[in-house]
Design a protein around this ligand. Structure first.
Ligand code: MG
Length: 176
């Protein structure tokens, strides 16, 4: 039997880095984090949402965030990354984009590498915020934070690195 989707579940991964600079706002997973430094970016610099968008797009084989929201486009200057995530989620439900099928998000797992500040106090709000935008339950959203023990550019406080993994379930896949 031949199906448009080779499997009913699809995995995706995303990765992003932004540089840190004093006096800029720090947004992570849609939450404003009190910090002396924030992210240098064309958008609001929410490096975690960017990695998540790439993971979602990757799982659906719909390209990447730079292709859909080019940083050369003034339309996206300073944009709230929550809006980008909402748009990516709408792509997953778009049958025209997905050969007659659509995707539901099973779960997402995010790892943020940042030397400071400590993110633990904000993790719950991050999970709630992302779950709300993706219209899934908070239990389907994991956000983890780590330092790099002062090693590398993250450890020196020069930037933040984020990895995101997602699993999608294909719905309404049709026979070829
Ligand atoms: Mg980015």
């Amino acid at each position: 039997m031949s199906w448009l989707y080779s499997s009913s579940v699809r995995v995706g991964n995303g990765y992003d880095v932004h540089a840190l600079k004093e006096g800029l706002p720090m947004w992570l997973c849609g939450v404003n984090i009190p910090s002396e430094k924030g992210f240098v970016a064309h958008s609001d610099g929410d490096v975690a949402i960017h990695a998540l968008c790439d993971a979602l797009l990757g799982a659906a084989a719909l390209g990447d965030i730079g292709q859909h929201f080019p940083d050369s486009d003034p339309k996206y200057k300073g944009i709230d990354s929550k809006k980008l995530l909402a748009e990516v989620v709408s792509f997953l439900g778009d049958r025209k984009l997905n050969k007659g099928g659509r995707y539901a998000i099973e779960n997402v797992d995010i790892t943020i590498a940042l030397q400071e500040p400590k993110l633990r106090p904000y993790i719950d709000r991050m999970r709630e915020t992302l779950a709300g935008i993706m219209r899934i339950d908070k239990s389907q959203v994991s956000v983890k934070a780590t330092t790099t023990e002062h090693l590398g550019f993250v450890g020196r406080g020069e930037g933040c690195e984020v990895w995101a993994s997602v699993m999608l379930k294909a719905k309404g896949a049709r026979k070829k």
